[in-house]
Design a protein around this ligand. Structure first.
Ligand SMILES: *Cc1c(COP(=O)(O)O)cnc(C)c1O
Length: 352
């Protein structure tokens, strides 16, 4: 318990701090993890296979269309590698996670940064240069974007690290492009025990190629491979989470609607998309004032992507820069309580 401030009657109000994010972990994660520990088989094995299969079931795709790896960054790297990105131009937004830059750099691709849209922090796909041969399209904050038809001459990789379960025209993200990549890092919509990633592809041959690459040890040929494996211990937690995933996104939606009904100026998408509420992002010019007011009440809110995190210079990516100056991310996760939502709302409305 911690003290949050003095009431008018001189009584101290006591309450737990409210973090910006928190993984949703319970009895089933414990049980699944204990089963693996007791089995004595910890490394990649049958639990990873089950996780891959159940992930496909969730997305309603054939069961041989997914491969689990060690992280979302590894998923991006492998997607680029098997598609021959070396020395080719890969377009991706200036306003996103540095994992994209790292994956493109490690694979030896040429970088082509693209600005955000003026109405959304998502990438302005219209500005993908003609000479690019691959585009990585992240769906930021769980708000997916439609990939237009005229982009289909490019190889498109949808980065769904923040958008698992979101849909565009009723189709899950990751299924518009050629490949979809997912992250199960601790702060994402679901986790496989802190780290983990998944790749899906329309072409099962791509998945087979990545599985071959992942199976790096005891191979008779001399092809170079690398260890990007997920462990069975991680996969077990991933299985527990994907089974509960519909209830996770339902609770997130409930919280989002509470914020929205109270009139907060939240980021959202057009009617043909169904977002998942990975983040509750409000548009405000009072970033620091709001973050400070919440912090005084032991509530953590953040600037979701800061100026220094932009992947290109701010005078070239002016929309991206604008979004670094005008967004604040409020707590939203399945274990956030209604009383906590009310408190966050009260303080936020006071400032705006
Ligand atoms: C988190 C994230 C990644 C990287 O995933 P890791 O599992 O942390 O390596 C990539 N892209 C986006 C958009 C992300 O949010």
């Amino acid at each position: 318990m911690s003290i949050i401030g003095k009431g008018s009657n001189e009584n101290w109000i006591c309450r737990d701090p409210i973090p910006h994010n928190r993984p949703t972990l319970g009895k089933s994660e414990e049980k699944f993890a204990i089963n693996i520990l007791r089995s004595g088989w910890l490394a990649q094995g049958s639990a990873v296979e089950t996780f891959e299969r159940e992930f496909c079931e969730f997305l309603e795709i054939p069961e041989d269309c997914a491969v689990a790896v060690s992280s979302g960054t590894a998923a991006l790297y492998l997607s680029l590698l098997v598609n021959g990105a070396k020395n080719r131009t890969v377009a991706y937004p200036a306003y996103t996670c540095s994992a994209l830059r790292n994956a493109v750099g490690l694979v030896g691709g040429n970088h082509a940064l693209v600005d955000s849209q003026s109405q959304s922090p998502n990438m302005n796909i219209e500005q993908v240069p003609k000479h690019a041969s691959i585009a990585i399209i992240p769906h930021m904050y769980g708000i997916p974007q439609e990939i237009p038809y005229n982009l289909q001459q490019l190889l498109t990789i949808e980065d769904c690290a923040q958008s698992l379960g979101a849909r565009v025209n009723e189709k899950y993200t990751g299924l518009q492009g050629d490949l979809g990549v997912f992250s199960f890092f601790a702060t994402k919509l679901m986790t496989s025990g802190g780290q983990g990633g998944m790749i899906i592809a329309k072409d099962p041959a791509i998945i087979q190629e990545i599985k071959d690459y992942r199976l790096f040890d005891k191979r008779s040929d001399e092809k170079l491979r690398f260890n990007f494996q997920m462990t069975d211990l991680q996969a077990a937690i991933g299985i527990a989470q994907i089974r509960q995933f519909p209830s996770f996104i339902k609770r997130r939606e409930e919280i989002y609607q509470q914020y929205k009904e109270a009139g907060l100026p939240l980021l959202d998408g057009p009617p043909n998309i169904t977002p998942v509420r990975f983040r509750a992002i409000i548009q405000t010019t009072k970033q620091n004032e709001l973050i400070t007011a919440l912090r005084l009440n032991n509530i953590t809110s953040v600037i979701p992507l800061q100026e220094w995190e932009l992947l290109g210079p701010k005078n070239m990516y002016t929309n991206a820069y604008h979004w670094t100056q005008n967004l604040v991310s409020l707590p939203i996760y399945p274990t956030l309580k209604d009383v906590e939502v009310k408190l966050i709302l009260e303080i936020t409305k006071n400032i705006l």
